[in-house]
Structure formats: C-alpha cells, structure tokens
Ligand binder design. Structure first.
Ligand SMILES: [Fe+2]
Ligand SMILES: [Fe+2]
Length: 348
C-alpha cells in the first residue's frame, strides 16, 4: 500500500487553515497544522512531514528565519517548503525565494494550482531522493573496486578533492565544484568492467587490451547516465582521457571541444596517477610528477593554463594531501623518473 504524504500547514489564518486542510485531506494527503512558529517547530521535529506549506505572516517569527534554519539542517534540508504569500507582494516573494522556498502559492487560493504545486514539489523531492540513493550505490561500487585494487586505493577521493579545490580557486559555480568532486570519485568507475588481468597487468598492454582499457570512459558514463543528479558529471567521466591535441580517447576531441571540467579533472588525475604506484611502475616523486605535468602541457596533451593553475595551487597551498599507501612513505626528494606512463597515454 502506498504511504500517504503528510503536509504540515503553518498559518495563523483559521479560514486558510480550514480551507487548505479540507482540500488536502480530500486529495489523499494527511495534514498536520500549526498556527504559530512554536507549534510549527515542534511539529517539524515530531512529525517529519513530507512537505510544509507555511504562511509568510505566521505569528511569532520571521518565516525567512525558519526557512534558513531548515535549509541548513541536513535532517530537514530536503523537505520541500511552499510559501503562502499575497499574490501581489513582490518583495515578500523575493525574500522567500532567496531564503530557500521551493515554491510559492498566492492568495486568493486556486485549489487546482495548489494541488499541482504540491505534486510537483513532492515529485521533485522523490526524484532527488532516488538520485541520492543511486549516487550512494555508485560510490559504493567505486569503494568495492578500490578494495580490489590496492594501488588505486584513495585515488578517486584524492582526485576529487584536488579537482574541487581547483574549481574553487578558479571561482567556478558551486554546481561545477560539486561536479568536479563527484567526477573525481566516479571518473574510473567503468574500470569495474575491464577484466582484472588487464587492470593488474604488470607489463605493457597489447593494443587489444588497451582498447578494452579505453572503454572504461564510455562504460563509466553509461553506468552514471540514468542518475538525474549526475548529468553535469557525465562529460567529466567520458572525456577525462581526451588530449588537447585530439589524440586522446574515447572521442578524440581537441582543444576547446573538450569540456572544461574534464580538462581540469584530467590535470589532477594525471598528477595523482603519476605520484601513485601502478602495477607496471612505481610512483614518481611529486616534484617529478609536476615536471611531467608541464611536459604534457608543452606536448599539447594537457591544457597549459590549467596546468599553470595547478602549479600555482601547489606553490601557494603546499602539496595536496596525499596519504602514503600502507607501510610506505612518500619520498618527495626522489627525482628518479620511473618509466612508463601507460595509464594516461600509451599502451606501453
Ligand atoms: Fe583515474
Ligand atoms: Fe581513467
């Protein structure tokens, strides 16, 4: 049996309260009521409503304050809030939007409009929850892969953090910064479909094996595509191995054809890959990895500007936090260059 949604109505206007309660109860909703801010807070805590309809003129409080408090509380941030405002009060409407209201309804009430807005807000919440569940599932696939591959342990999280920090420093939008973080976690998720003997191969890959390895970008994008909240992350996953000169994979995009976020992730990914052990080569020191980033930029593999930004970040903030693998410590001064950079560029 489908559970009914509980709507908490907060208004000091008894006529509105009666009208709304009758409308909602007649349309398969459960209703809780609060006629002042104290009761609203209490009901919020005790009843955990699916949605709140709150009058902008609720006695005893500035509704914007309640909205702010709710949206910054992780337990309540996802509950949709529909503000009730006089239709013509533009200033008040703006205040509620800015405070985080998900939608507004104006007086005089239009029952059909109210029901439609309720359904839309609840559906959006439901989709957000589904997306969050799927994201959690995909993140645990990455963890499972890390548990299988000792040398890849910590790689996604480190890349995610470095990429997000780059996004912050480059003053990208919060949505792009979040996409960089999630892209860092998920960029190699498609590797789970690459046969283990290929992933773990200590020597050079055959060209057939390399073709398989390259598909991790396409598989990864496909795995994440159904998740609504990951749409901004998909180009990062698919294109994190493209090169500025057009010789990368999977699509051979060149220069500005390569999505910017994928270019940023590529720089942090290459840095972390170079400074981590791989089955076919030991890690190189971090100064050496930086030298390689510069070289890749000069060969037109990585974007020169983004590499410069990465170097600047290291210069100003120190080395990104890269915890050593178990039983090992990083040797920062070792500038010997181990051979092989197969994970990024060549099958050899
Ligand atoms: Fe990677
Ligand atoms: Fe990759």
């Amino acid at each position: 049996m489908e559970t009914r949604n509980l709507v908490l109505i907060g208004t000091g206007d008894l006529n509105d309260m009666r009208m709304l309660a009758a409308l909602l109860e007649g349309n398969e909703y459960d209703v809780a009521m609060a006629s002042n801010s104290g009761t609203l807070r209490e009901q919020l805590r005790q009843r955990q409503p699916s949605l709140i309809m709150v009058d902008a003129y609720l006695p005893g409080v500035d509704v914007a304050d309640i909205l702010h408090a709710m949206k910054s509380d992780p337990d309540m941030a996802e509950i949709p809030v529909i503000g009730i405002v006089p239709a013509m009060d533009v200033g008040l409407r703006q205040t509620l939007w800015r405070s985080g209201a998900d939608d507004l309804v104006g007086r005089p009430f239009e029952p059909d409009e109210i029901l439609l807005r309720l359904r839309t807000a609840l559906e959006a919440r439901h989709q957000a929850q589904e997306s969050a569940n799927l994201e959690t599932l995909l993140f645990s696939v990455v963890s499972a892969f890390e548990a299988r591959e000792e040398t890849k342990k910590g790689h996604p999280e480190r890349v995610a953090r470095m990429a997000r920090r780059m996004g912050e420093r480059m003053q990208l939008s919060p949505a792009d910064q979040e996409a960089l973080y999630k892209g860092g976690i998920l960029h190699d998720i498609g590797m789970i479909k690459v046969p283990k003997h290929v992933v773990d191969k200590p020597g050079a890959l055959t060209s057939e094996e390399f073709e398989l390895m390259k598909l991790h970008t396409v598989w990864g994008e496909r795995m994440c595509r159904p998740v609504q909240s990951l749409q901004r992350v998909l180009p990062i996953i698919r294109h994190h191995h493209e090169q500025i000169d057009g010789k990368g994979y999977p699509d051979g995009l060149a220069g500005e054809q390569i999505p910017r976020l994928a270019q940023i992730l590529a720089v942090t990914e290459v840095f972390d890959a170079l400074s981590s052990d791989r089955p076919y080569r030991p890690r190189m020191s971090r100064p050496e990895a930086l030298r390689y980033l510069n070289e890749y930029a000069s060969r037109n593999w990585l974007d020169t500007g983004i590499v410069a930004q990465f170097l600047k970040m290291v210069d100003e903030e120190g080395w990104p936090e890269i915890p050593p693998l178990k039983h090992e410590s990083l040797n920062l001064d070792n500038s010997d260059t181990p051979g092989g950079i197969r994970d990024k560029k060549t099958p050899a």
